[in-house]
Each structure stands twice: as C-alpha cells, then as structure tokens.
Design a protein around this ligand. Sequence first.
Ligand code: NAD
Length: 255
Amino acid sequence: MEQRHAKKVAVISGAASGIGQAHAIRLASEGAAVVIADIQPGETTRQRIEATGGRAVAFRCDVADPDSVAQLGRLVRDMFGRCDILVNNAGLIPAQPFEQIRFADWRRIMAVNLDGVFLMTQCFLPDMRERGWGRIVNMASNTFGQKTNGLTHYVASKGGVIGFTRALSGEVGQYGITVNAIAPALTRTPGTEALEDRYAGMTRDELFSFVIGKQSVPRPSMPEDLAATLSFLVSDDAGFITGQTIYADGGVVRG
Ligand SMILES: NC(=O)c1ccc[n+]([C@@H]2O[C@H](COP(=O)([O-])OP(=O)(O)OC[C@H]3O[C@@H](n4cnc5c(N)ncnc54)[C@H](O)[C@@H]3O)[C@@H](O)[C@H]2O)c1
C-alpha cells in the first residue's frame, strides 16, 4: 500500500472491533501510527496491525468519561507527542421502539455517541491546531437520511454528530483542520449482531436483505468500504473537503 499516512498519528475510538478495527488496520497499512482507544481490550486489532509490520498501541478508554479521555490524551502525548488524525468511531447501536426507551437508555446513547465526540475532539484538537494540520472524521449513519423504526435515540445522536461536524468545520478550517463525517448503511459488525430479532421483527439476514434492496449497489456494506472512505478523507488529497457528511452507503441516501 502507498504510505500516504506516513508520520501521522491517528487516534481511533472503538477500534477494538467492527468498523473501527477496519479503520485502524487500513490507516496503519498506509503508514500511520495508530492508537486504538476502546472500552474493550484492543489487543486483537493491535496484533493484526503488528503482524503486517504496522505500528499500533491499545489504550482502554471510555469516550463518555471526561477523566478517561483526559488520561488517554496524556498517554498519547507521552508516547507520540501529538495526534494528527482523530476518528470518532465508538458508538452504541440500540434498537428499541420509542415508547420502550427509558431516560437512562437515551442518556447512555447520547453519552457515548455524542458526548464522546465532544470530549475526544476537545482533547485532541489543540495538538492539530498547534501543528497547523489535522483531520477529524466522525462516524454518523445513513439512518439519519431515511425512514427508520426503533432507532429514535440513535438517529438523534447521529443527527447531533452531523450538526457537530458542520459547525466545528467552520471554526477550525483556518488552522488547516478538516472535519467530516461518514454515514454508512447497515454493515456487518459485532455491533449489528444484537439487532437480530429486535429490529422490526426481522432476523439479521432478513434485515440485511431489506437494506440491500434499498441500495443502488446490491451487496452488503463491509467495514473495509468505510475504511477506504476514511483513508481518503484523512489524506492530503481531501484537504479542500470539510463540513461534509459522506453517505458511503451504496446509494441509499442521495444528497
Ligand atoms: N455497523 C453498522 O451497521 C453501522 C452503520 C452506520 C453507522 N455505524 C457507526 O459506526 C461506528 C462503529 O460501529 P460498529 O458497527 O463497528 O460497532 P461495534 O459495536 O462493532 O464496535 C464499536 C466499538 O466501540 C466500542 N465502544 C463502545 N462504547 C465505548 C465507549 N464508551 N468508549 C470507547 N469505546 C466504546 C466497543 O467496545 C466496540 O469495540 C458506530 O459509531 C456506529 O454507530 C455503524
């Protein structure tokens, strides 16, 4: 692979599994030193990266906890001196009809999916500003752009992520920092396993068939599709793209 992210330090939340793991493997394969920041151990991701000669470190971090994020910031600066690329990927994917959502469920989704983006960005943005170059990519969802059932708290949190992306991009473009979001379709990951039999009465396979039927590209969305989009957005080639939400979803939502 072309080493287009050489000499860059990338912090990726939720990189122990799923889409975040694919993001970490892709950026490391193109030369970035990767920090896996996850509430779960990130050893599998780290070992996969090191097995192919890449550089990675795994730190436990709860993105919803200000103290945990501050500790991560200290560890990253001690080890690498900075963060150039921040990928706010950690997220919870619930499925509950609106009338069953308790306030505690709502708060937990907002804490991880939205507060986590705020806390991580506040932690690492100063490094980028100091160096006059930075890339922030937030994981949104194409559920924001279409009819969905049983996902009100999730879609609200992702709408917040899209608003955050647009608003912050306006403040930090002058410092060489871009802020974008990726909005995927339903993608096969550990996070979507739990949707089986809980989403609109469909099994997971029926749900995937339903979603693929809405796509222009009729195949399942894979984590690697999203990692390829990420790799472009954090490259120098994408330096004039900011404030955007890229619907990398096989053509379901056409903005
Ligand atoms: N898979 C999909 O269909 C899909 C579609 C659209 C958007 N997304 C978004 O992509 C992102 C990744 O989704 P995924 O399917 O890979 O999910 P996943 O559940 O497979 O992985 C999420 C990772 O985030 C970690 N995590 C959860 N809470 C955390 C916390 N508080 N602090 C740190 N890490 C935490 C988990 O441990 C896990 O490793 C999410 O933001 C999700 O909303 C996923």
